[in-house]
Design a protein around this ligand. Structure first.
Ligand SMILES: Cc1ncc(COP(=O)(O)O)c(C=O)c1O
Length: 356
């Protein structure tokens, strides 16, 4: 049986400034919503996108028991719409759920709900290169109760938002500050879960960095401030001596990015030497001094690939690859966006194609 749909009587389409989409500003007509009560999830349904009502004692407002995901629907040059590895987001959402004591949501249903929602609101998928329909699943404890323990009721919502590039720079290199004072996550903490607390922890330093003209901060490990972790909304990769190096997932302090995983698979297939290992910021500085730091780039759904042109650590400025996108970053960007838009044949079964 399909998902029950309550259609919106009015469309939000015409109130959208399609020439100036920005990121996360506009929302499509519908959302999926499901409630967990008495130990089980209900069937869920698709309803018009709009406000939801909760009491001031709603637990998530106080204790932050909330998780989310982020993926995109892309127009396919041959018609229809493509999702990129949504099963990975379903899995990661359940890993986050486990860490936050939130009941798991059926992974097949997660993908099915997204497909139905995108089908219904397909006119909101932009047909402009670099633009897409961002999909945001979110799940939170929604009991009304004061006291620190897991909620007994939960709300799961999937909303969608037509977006342009996450960074105003697009594929142009960004300027990043290496944060040596504040930390985002520590080993044993919540770093590998996609939960609000990590983003709350990042706001202050991110805001200070923005005031100084930086796009984002690069986080170091929370204990010694010595090892590279990740950027605010991206995993980070370095090319040193022709080797693609990225911090490992094993420390539990970084998010296991879907784009990170895809880039590592593609790189290995392309014959690029790959190392998933801890990397000290000192090693990056030394490689820069030696002239062997060839590329730095971030990977994430929001920007796909975001080349880093300038890196700042304490008083030191590093200009990477003459502030130009490097060959590996470019190749990864072209391959991933080629797959997402149906320009390149999908040999990995990463794409779920939706006929419109
Ligand atoms: C903290 C953090 N790291 C990495 C990523 C990249 O993950 P993905 O490639 O799945 O978008 C994101 C984006 O969701 C993020 O928020």
């Amino acid at each position: 049986m399909g998902i029950v749909i309550e259609k919106a009587t009015e469309t939000r389409y015409d109130s959208i400034d399609w020439k100036n989409l920005g990121f996360g500003r506009y929302f499509a007509d519908h959302m999926f919503i499901s409630f967990y009560k008495d130990g089980k999830w209900d069937e869920g349904k698709i309803v018009p996108y709009g406000p939801i009502c909760f009491e001031p004692a709603m637990m998530t407002l106080h204790y932050g028991q909330t998780i989310f995901e982020g993926l995109k629907a892309y127009y396919d040059v041959n018609g229809g719409v493509n999702l990129f590895r949504p099963d990975m987001n379903a899995k990661r959402m359940n890993n986050s759920a486990e860490r936050l004591c939130i009941p798991k949501f059926d992974e097949k249903k997660f993908v099915e709900a997204i497909i139905e929602l995108v089908k219904l609101d397909n006119k909101f998928v932009p047909k402009v290169k670099g633009e897409s329909l961002y999909i945001r699943p979110v799940c939170f404890g929604s009991s009304s109760f004061l006291g620190v323990h897991p909620s007994s009721e939960y709300t799961f919502i999937i909303m969608t938002s037509p977006v342009a590039s996450y960074y105003p720079e697009g594929l142009n290199p960004v300027k990043i500050l290496i944060e040596d004072q504040f930390v985002r996550a520590v080993r044993g903490g919540l770093g590998n879960a996609k939960t609000a607390a990590n983003y709350a922890a990042s706001l202050y330093a991110g805001h200070k960095a923005k005031e100084k003209g930086f796009s984002q901060v690069l986080w170091l490990d929370g204990i010694q401030h010595e090892f590279v972790d990740e950027v605010g909304a991206m995993n980070i990769m370095f090319v040193i001596d022709d080797i693609l190096i990225t911090p490992p997932l094993s420390q539990g302090s970084i998010l296991p990015g879907v784009t990170r995983d895809s880039v590592l698979i593609l790189a290995r297939e392309m014959g690029i030497k790959v190392q998933e290992r801890s990397i000290k910021i000192q090693e990056v500085l030394e490689a820069y001094e030696r002239g062997t730091l060839q590329e730095v780039f971030g990977t994430g759904t929001a920007a796909t690939i975001s080349p880093v042109g300038k890196l700042y650590y304490k008083d030191k400025e590093m200009i990477i690859n003459n502030n130009q996108i490097g060959p590996i970053a470019q190749k990864m960007y072209d391959t991933l966006t080629g797959l997402q838009h149906g320009l390149i044949k999908d040999t990995h079964n990463w794409i779920i194609h939706i006929d419109i």
